[in-house]
Design a protein around this ligand. Structure first.
Ligand code: SF4
Length: 262
């Protein structure tokens, strides 16, 4: 018998690990620019082309310096370029056995910028996207149609999420298909998405929805892909507390946890 989960509490947001992606994303074009300018200085032949390459490389590196409101204003173009880098180097990372680490570095880098963008002014219209595989596979509660069909038995993260969503009036969707999640997000028109998914889908989501700022949280795959997955509910709490304007009503509501029924 699976033990009920400990109740989740908000805390500080964990550090984001995006340095590896930043080193590649900014370092490679800066290196090419530097080499191009040196070659242009030393060799008269083809100088114009080397200068052109150097300037182009500086332009490629420039978006990696944009932060805060500048990042939000230029977000679509920036995310298209960042996604290109992430996807272009994915086959190499895969060959080196570093696929997950590379995607997580991209996610961490993205999260750093989203945090910086919403640190001064928090989001007012946020949407949470969760995958259906967080529901325990043998549970029959129809949470896809109605989140409150969950009995909050404590055996999977859905109950914790439901309580927090009701208490804090969070807007969220649990979906079983990526394209449905994208459609929901575009229809709702949020100023911030907080998305939970596996690394593969997080990369896909960040690449396919460059126009919406997304703070992403990776799933924990204790039982492999798409079955009884888990995620840090305290991490979601912390992200919502730090990045989103509270909508919580006055007075504390204490949700009751029912006996395990699943
Ligand atoms: S009833 Fe229990 S197992 Fe089913 S979704 Fe809710 S918390 Fe998860």
């Amino acid at each position: 018998m699976k033990e009920p989960r400990a109740p989740a509490l908000p805390g500080p947001l964990p550090d984001e690990r995006g340095l590896a992606f930043l080193l590649v994303r900014r370092g490679v074009p800066l290196l090419i620019a530097g080499m191009s300018f040196v070659i242009a200085t030393l060799h008269a032949e083809g100088r114009g082309w080397w200068l052109l390459l150097g300037v182009g490389s500086l332009a490629a590196a420039w978006p990696s310096f944009l932060r805060g409101q500048a990042f939000l204003r230029n977000r679509t173009a920036i995310m298209r370029q960042d996604s290109l880098w992430a996807n272009a180097l994915l086959p190499l990372a895969r060959r080196l056995g570093l696929e997950d680490a590379w995607i997580l570095a991209f996610c961490g880098y993205n999260n750093q910028r989203v945090r910086a963008a919403f640190s001064g002014r928090r989001a007012r219209r946020a949407l949470i996207l969760l995958p259906h595989c967080i529901q325990m596979s043998r549970c029959k509660a129809g949470i896809l149609d109605d989140l409150q069909a969950c009995y909050d038995c404590g055996l999977c993260p859905v109950g914790d999420y439901m309580n927090a969503a009701l208490l804090n009036r969070w807007e969220g969707r649990i979906t079983n298909r990526s394209h449905k999640a994208y459609r929901e997000a575009r229809e709702y028109r949020p100023d911030l998405v907080v998305a939970v998914s596996c690394t593969d889908r997080l990369l896909k989501g960040l690449s396919k929805m460059p126009e919406i700022p997304c703070y992403v949280i990776p799933l924990v795959l204790h039982h492999g892909m798409c079955v009884d997955t888990d995620f840090s509910v305290p991490h979601l709490f912390s992200a919502m507390e730090a990045l989103v304007e509270p909508r919580r009503p006055g007075g504390e509501i204490q949700p009751l946890r029912r006996e395990g029924i699943a």
